[in-house]
Design a protein around this ligand. Structure first.
Ligand code: ADP
Ligand code: MG
Length: 692
């Protein structure tokens, strides 16, 4: 049986040698490879008719021979191409505007298929900009008009009709051979086609319903496999590694709370409960703490770190930038003024000797608590007894990263914090091996930041507002892209914006400049001056996007807002309105804005909910850079689309939970094939080893 699925493509009766070779270079070698090469789209030529039988204004398809081609310029680089196509019943004229490059392809005598909505002009049918399918001389090669036609990803040198022929032969002769990985029970419950039927349906659907049913089965299978792999990974973690049990009793809880500068919000309290429950168990915590900008995640992390230290273990906090690491260190030293916790900062700006000293302290156990940049992880640091690692504002949750913190079979507890909410579908896939706590409230007294899309002609009034705020003692950020973009006239570079504002709208005020290309010490100094109030306005790139906390800042101005994702804009907006004073955020509208870009920015203005914005962003742009496959370390999905297939994902997840509860090792005979597939696909990337 296996041998048959392994039949080389070259041995199919309709395979041409050169096609088989070209496909082999792309990794498509066997019949099985063809069966599982899923269409990327479908074409609909079902309504194919003789020209004499056409009706007006309905999408239809005709096949005929080119009998005449004429083209002419219509002035100012414009042109018009007219082609007459005839079949046995009559003639049709097809017209294209400004597509002269097509002219040479329409040789007289060539056979073509045209699809579009015809109109009757006088006595003759016409189609404007119909869809063209170039046909060979042999009508046997013509696409069938019996069902929806699959469109396959193409390999150079192998035309679509050849791909279709090959896959059709594979489906006709071999579709019943692949093993059924999904147990009958799973298929029945989720209304999934058996594999052979699904293969036929996805490659040769009679109609839309068949196509959708075929596709759904494979989407489900892919997502189920992923969910099982994530579940297996969690389980493996629980057995493979042990962490210190850190117990927070009421006395310790009271002691820590006395150090905190304010009453906790309900959301913070709930997150702390989740975390202390995790810490108390020797199973390493793997938790993601998400909460909108300004929801107060830092204090939750500090609570966990203090608990860890109080129980005799070490804790580290890793921040994405030196600016943030220093900010956290300041918060912590204020809290720890009266305590004996030995705490150190470890950042790139320190001398080698200083860094060496901190490292030695971590290794000997003389340092209880360290705060540093993510770089701290890059060189392997030895810890005497690391109990908890917290990673702040980390968008690269790569599964491998945690490995750097482990020591043999001992692992610290692990807490990741993000202010960019993770759309539900992603938290179920890319981050499916993390437990999640969400803070959904804000500290008391916060007022939502008012957001404006400021048109050109209102910008001077906007700057009036900025000056008034500064005069009242508040501070402001102005964010601009790092580099000039000469194509986008409106994209102001941060340096130009600084110059312009210094001599223009904000003359007489104290401005500071901050961007990623500055030396670390200069960045730090610029940030410190702003924090201390010496600088009133910080003109910056998005380096201040995450985490920065200067409660006196009340105004955020974003130049070129169209360049940023909504979640990113939300982060920027979250830099203001963090204290007693209400904040305002202005997006400076460029002179020209497409309708789509305008709609996006308007959605942003209308919504202050970061979760909602993340969902909108996700719907518009997919996982994007922030949460793409690259960051998660997982192989990309082949057929499922997390935006389009949200519902199937939820079903697959339930099915996975169910299967796993009944048969955690996937050892029962009806699950063996599924288990094998899971390991083949995810074994390496998730370091699953031999599960169970
Ligand atoms: P984020 O979740 O964005 O990291 P931070 O931890 O930086 O937020 O907190 C934002 C601001 O809110 C800080 O100035 C912090 O001191 C303040 N804050 C946090 N929790 C509370 C609280 N429970 N009551 C009052 N202020 C709080
Ligand atoms: Mg933060």
């Amino acid at each position: 049986m296996d041998r048959a699925l392994a039949t080389p493509i070259a041995q199919l009766s309709r395979a041409r040698r050169d096609h088989a070779d070209a496909l082999a270079r792309k990794g498509l070698r066997t019949v099985a490879d063809l069966l599982f090469l899923f269409p990327r789209d479908y074409e609909d030529f079902r309504d194919r008719r003789a020209i004499a039988d056409l009706v007006a204004d309905e999408p239809q398809t005709v096949v005929g021979e080119v009998t005449d081609v004429e083209s002419r310029g219509t002035g100012f680089g414009k042109s018009r191409l007219g082609v007459i196509v005839e079949d046995a019943s009559g003639a049709l004229r097809a017209t294209w505007f400004n597509q002269l490059f097509l002219r040479d392809k329409f040789r007289v005598g060539r056979r073509v298929q045209l699809s579009g909505k015809p109109k009757k002009k006088g006595l003759r049918w016409e189609m404007t900009h119909p869809r063209i399918t170039w046909l060979g001389d042999d009508p046997d090669d013509d696409p069938s008009n019996e069902g929806l036609l699959p469109v396959y990803p193409l390999t150079e040198g192998v035309p679509q009709h050849a791909m279709r022929r090959l896959v059709t032969e594979a489906v006709d002769g071999y579709a019943d051979l692949p093993d059924e990985v999904l147990a009958a029970e799973v298929r029945r419950r989720n209304a999934l086609l058996p594999i052979a039927d699904a293969l036929r349906a996805i490659h040769r659907p009679a109609d839309e319903a068949a196509r959708d049913a075929g596709r759904r089965r494979f989407v489900f299978q892919e997502l189920l496999t992923l969910q099982l792999a994530l579940a297996a990974r969690r389980r493996q973690h629980q057995f493979a590694f042990s962490a210190p049990a850190i117990e927070v009793d009421t006395r310790l809880d009271a002691r820590i709370r006395r150090l905190l500068p304010f009453e906790l919000t309900d959301g913070q309290r709930a997150a702390i409960e989740d975390i202390t429950a995790d810490l108390a168990s020797p199973t390493p915590m793997n938790r993601l703490l998400q909460g909108d900008v300004g929801s107060g995640k830092t204090i939750v992390a500090l609570y966990a770190m203090l608990a860890t230290v109080a129980c005799g273990w070490q804790a580290v906090l890793l921040a994405p930038t030196e600016v943030l690491a220093r900010q956290h260190a300041d918060t912590l030293s204020a809290m720890l003024r009266a305590s004996r916790v030995r705490f150190r900062l470890l950042v790139g700006g320190m001398t080698d000797a200083e860094k060496q000293q901190v490292r030695a302290g971590l290794k000997s156990g003389d340092v209880d608590l360290a705060i540093g940049t993510h770089a701290l992880l890059q060189e392997k640091v030895a810890f005497a007894k690391l109990g908890l690692a917290v990673v702040d504002e980390q968008h690269k949750f790569g599964v491998r990263q945690r490995a750097a913190l482990r020591d043999g079979d001992r692992s610290p507890h692990y807490l990741v914090m993000t202010a960019t909410p993770i759309p539900r579908t992603l938290s179920m896939t890319q981050f499916g091996d993390l437990d999640i706590s969400s803070i959904t409230d804000l500290p008391p007294g916060r007022q939502p930041v008012r957001t404006y899309l400021v048109e050109r002609d209102q910008q001077s009034r906007w700057w009036d507002h900025v000056r008034r705020q500064l005069d009242e003692g508040r501070q402001a950020y102005v964010v601009a892209p790092l580099v000039d973009d000469s194509e986008a006239i409106d994209a102001a570079s941060v340096e130009r914006a600084f110059e312009r504002l210094t001599h223009g709208e904000l003359r007489g005020y104290r401005l500071g400049l901050l961007h990623g290309r500055m030396a670390p010490a200069d960045k730090d100094a610029a940030m410190e001056r702003f924090r201390g109030g010496a600088t009133q306005v910080l003109v910056s790139t998005t380096v201040i996007e995450v985490g920065v906390d200067v409660p006196n800042a009340t105004v955020m101005v974003v130049a070129s807002p169209g360049r940023f994702g909504l979640s990113q804009l939300h982060q920027l907006r979250g830099r203001v309105g963090r204290g007693r004073h209400p904040g305002a955020c202005a997006l400076l509208a460029p002179a020209e804005l497409s309708d789509a870009a305008l709609a996006r920015l308007q959605a942003f203005v209308a919504t202050t909910d970061g979760f909602e914005l993340a969902e909108i962003d996700f719907g518009l742009r997919g996982p994007g850079d922030l949460f793409g496959d690259r960051q998660s370390g997982l192989p990309p999905l082949r057929i499922a689309d997390l935006v389009r297939d949200r519902e199937v994902l939820a079903e697959a997840r339930d099915a996975a939970a169910d299967l796993f509860a009944k048969d955690p090792g996937l050892k029962s005979p009806e699950n063996t094939l599924l288990r094998r597939q899971m390991l083949r696909r995810y074994g390496a990337s998730l370091e699953l080893g031999d599960v169970g």
